[in-house]
Structure formats: C-alpha cells, structure tokens
Design a protein around this ligand. Structure first.
Ligand SMILES: [Zn+2]
Length: 323
C-alpha cells in the first residue's frame, strides 16, 4: 500500500508539473531525502508525465500502456540503474552511458535514474560526470540519495538538488492506519520513523509485543519496585534479541518519558502512547525526575552503540530510574 506521490509530496509534484509544462527541465537532478519520502516515486511520476499518452489535467493517467511500461520498468526510454552490490562501480555507469549514447528519436525524452547514488565509487561518479557535462537534449538524469553529503561535490554542484521534506507525523499515521494499523500502533510507529513502509515492517516484526513489555516494565519502575531490574532480563531481553530490536526497546522507554513530560505539562496532542495509564502515573513525577529519566534513556541508547550489552545498559537504566 503506497500513498500516491501527489499526496506524499504535493509541492514537489506541483513544481515539476510547472517545470515540465514550461520546458524548463534541467539535465541532471539529485533527489535528496530520507527513505520513505517518495524520491523514486517522484522520478517515476516525472517519467510518466513525459510519456503518458492520456494526460489528465496535466497529470499522468497511470493506466495507459506508456504509464504501465514505466511502472513495470519496461519502458525503453526510462532506465533505472539496477545494482545488487554494495557499491555502484565504473562498469555499472559505463553500461548506463552506453544506453544513453544510443540516440533515440531526435529531441525525444529519455530518463535515467540512479537510485542510492551515494553508493557510486569515486571512479563511477567521475565517469558519470563527464557524461552529464554534455547533456543530450531531452535527456534527464535523476540521482536519488538518502545521504547527500556522501556525493562528490562536483556531482552536486552540476545538478539541481531537490530536498525531499520529511512527511508530517500525521501523514505517516494516516498511511499506517490505511494499511491496517490500529490508531495506537500508528501513533507509536510514527514517533519511531517517518517512513511508513519501514513502520509497517516494525509492526510486522513485533513492535506491539515490545510496547506491551515496556508498559509492563514501566509499571514496576513507576512503583519503584526493584523487580524492574529483574524484568530487564525476563521480559525485555527476549524481545531485544537483535541490535535493531534492542535499540527500539530503549527508544520506546525514551518515548515513554518524553510522553510523560508532555502530559506533566498537559500537552496531550502528538503523544506516542496515547492515553496509556502507566504514562499518566509517570507524568505525576516531578518534571526534574522526568527529564532525568529521559536523559538516562537517551544515554542508554548511546551506550548500546558503544557495544555495551542490552542487559548492562538497560539494567543500569532500571536502577537509575527506581533509585
Ligand atoms: Zn498514461
């Protein structure tokens, strides 16, 4: 279930609508932004906009043979560099350039898309650079990246850089709910990621169980029950088996304290845990204690990245929170 790019990035769609209508296309674009912000989808939209045989109010129809071929990756004039390896090498770019040099119909549009362009080796980037300095009329290269800073400055300076804004949390929530998530799950996930796709995967891999365990654990913490320390091993550790899961548990704890601080100050919109009762109890603590709790959780997160074990990091956190 993907949200249409016209909903996800309406301003960017409008901008390109204008650019294409007025023939102001550049030869090279860099689409920069986090995963889930619609970079590839906009590139596809642009290609469809250029080739669609049945434009609807200036927008591609999405159904005609041209639109369909672009969508399925079978359009001869829309090429996406596909690489399964960790880096994009000179040979990959060379193959793409060979395709580019095959002249299509004169003046006709051709679109070349290089996803994850930050994976280009310096050699590959330089090889591409030579080509995009001498653009062929009608040809456009679109590089997408989630790590703009890792592109060569020369690649960036000779392209139009389009920054993709992070979608609003409410939009991410709506996307997740449309995909079948409950309101409570959607709210929590949208606090962990702005990528609805990644969010759905979090839910599929047990986020709800993690939430339950963290809530259970917090009920001991709020009661200053030393059992909180024991539960780290018996309740939290079993759902923190991978580094990603471990990091997530600690994020959930940090979010609980952030929510509690908000509720302490009667800020009730945009809560990760909604009206979860245990967070309400936590919110009755002094603001100073809640801030200290949040800080401690964030420190535990840093310690996880420094190869401290989950048990050690969260065990220490438990002791800090109940003391
Ligand atoms: Zn069409």
């Amino acid at each position: 279930m993907a949200v249409p790019i016209t909903t996800l990035q309406p301003q960017l769609v409008q901008a390109f609508q204008h650019i294409i209508t007025h023939g102001q296309f550049s030869a090279a674009y860099v689409f920069a932004g986090p995963a889930g912000t619609g970079k590839q989808a906009l590139a596809t939209w642009i290609a469809q906009r250029l080739f669609c045989q049945n434009l609807q109010d200036g927008a591609p129809c999405g159904h005609c043979p041209e639109c369909q071929r672009i969508l399925s990756g079978n359009h001869p004039d829309v090429l996406t560099l596909a690489t399964t390896t960790q880096s994009i090498k000179v040979a990959d770019v060379r193959a793409l350039k060979e395709e580019m040099s095959k002249s299509g119909v004169e003046g006709a549009n051709r679109v070349f898309i290089i996803p994850d362009a930050d994976k280009m080796t310096p050699g590959a980037a330089n090889s591409l650079l030579k080509f995009y300095e001498e653009p062929v009329p009608g040809m456009v290269i679109i590089l997408t990246t989630a790590a703009k800073n890792q592109l060569l400055p020369t690649i960036l300076s000779r392209a139009q850089v389009i920054n993709f804004p992070q979608p609003a949390r409410s939009a991410v929530m709506a996307q997740l709910e449309a995909g079948g998530a409950t309101k409570a799950d959607a709210a929590l996930v949208a606090h962990l990621t702005a990528d609805a796709q990644a969010g759905s995967e979090l839910l599929a891999t047990g986020l709800s169980t993690q939430r339950e365990r963290v809530v259970q654990w917090l009920s001991k913490v709020v009661a200053r029950d030393p059992e909180a320390f024991v539960l780290v091993q018996t309740q939290l550790l079993p759902v923190a088996k991978t580094p990603v899961a471990a990091k997530q548990i600690v994020s959930l704890i940090a979010l609980a304290y952030a929510d509690a601080l908000n509720r302490h100050y009667a800020v009730t919109d945009d809560l990760a845990y909604g009206q979860e009762p245990v967070i309400g109890q936590l919110a009755e603590l002094a603001a100073r204690q809640l801030t200290a709790g949040l800080t401690a959780a964030l420190q535990a997160q840093v310690r996880l990245t420094q190869n401290v074990s989950f048990q050690a990091a969260v065990g220490a956190l438990a002791i800090q929170l109940i003391s």
